[in-house]
Design a protein around this ligand. Structure first.
Ligand SMILES: C[S@@+](CC[C@H](N)C(=O)[O-])C[C@H]1O[C@@H](n2cnc3c(N)ncnc32)[C@H](O)[C@@H]1O
Length: 239
């Protein structure tokens, strides 16, 4: 495939990463009516940064159409903001796509103080019933929130999906990031996108280490983007 090197699309990596960081892609996206509509629905409901949100918007709207059809899965919903954002965009550009967003909805599980900065119970201030009512009121029938530790819910969600086109791994701690990556990997469609929201954050060295240990060192992957977040492509053959 043109532009492919080490299982990443160099042209696409520059187009999104450089475009947001140094070009006019950020400004263009901030003025896009669909982006503006999706952002207006999540006020106070997401801790994901603006640049990360813009990149997710671009991947969903412009890039998922070029790979086999699949769903979106998010590991770490918190107040559901980015899940609602992604479902709003996908509803327009990929009407058959489902968005699954998984969380305990009771905060972080046990963390490892040797590597994680977060503590058990962080992010517990969320009301899942209110969140479900809100998403339903927006008509987002493509979005499903799944309650429970990933270790108890992910396998059955993935068995209901036809395959994953985009995995948004946003769960901050080593054990959860490592589990999410390993459980979703065999279910990715050819060329699917795995996005790690927080592995480049100073507050999430556990997430960083999971990406280093599993995606980079063990699996030998090269990322398609390092800005504004890590993006890896999952290809069935090795290019
Ligand atoms: C940074 S928040 C997610 C932010 C969210 N995507 C947004 O739009 O703002 C991380 C979430 O991961 C969840 N989490 C971490 N490990 C988990 C696990 N093993 N099972 C279920 N949820 C987990 C926490 O409960 C927390 O709500």
């Amino acid at each position: 495939m043109e532009n492919m090197r080490n299982r990443r699309n160099i042209k696409h990596g520059y187009a999104r990463g450089w475009g947001i960081q140094f070009g006019d892609l950020k400004e263009k996206t901030l003025n896009d009516p669909l982006y503006r509509q999706a952002v207006s629905l999540i006020t106070g409901r997401s801790v994901v940064s603006e640049d990360n949100r813009i990149n997710l918007f671009l991947i969903i709207r412009d890039y998922l159409k070029d790979i086999p059809a699949g769903d979106i899965i998010e590991f770490g919903s918190y107040k559901g903001g980015i899940a609602i954002f992604m479902a709003t965009i996908a509803r327009q550009s990929h009407p058959k796509m489902k968005i699954y967003s998984l969380d305990t909805f009771a905060g972080m599980p046990e963390t490892d103080s040797a590597i994680d900065a977060h503590n058990k119970g962080d992010f517990a201030d969320v009301d899942l019933d209110e969140l479900r009512r809100y998403a339903e009121g927006l008509g987002l029938s493509n979005l499903e929130f799944v309650r429970g530790p990933f270790e108890q819910t992910a396998e059955s969600v993935l068995s209901r999906s036809k395959g994953v086109a985009l995995a948004h791994i946003d769960c901050d701690i080593y054990s959860s990031v490592a589990y999410s990556y390993d459980v979703v990997k065999p279910r990715m469609v050819d060329g699917g996108y795995v996005v790690f929201d927080d592995a480049l954050y100073s507050s999430c060295l556990g997430a960083t280490e999971a990406v280093e240990d599993l995606a980079i060192r063990r699996d030998g992957l090269n990322c398609e983007q390092i800005f504004p977040h890590f993006v890896f492509r999952m290809f069935k053959d090795r290019r």
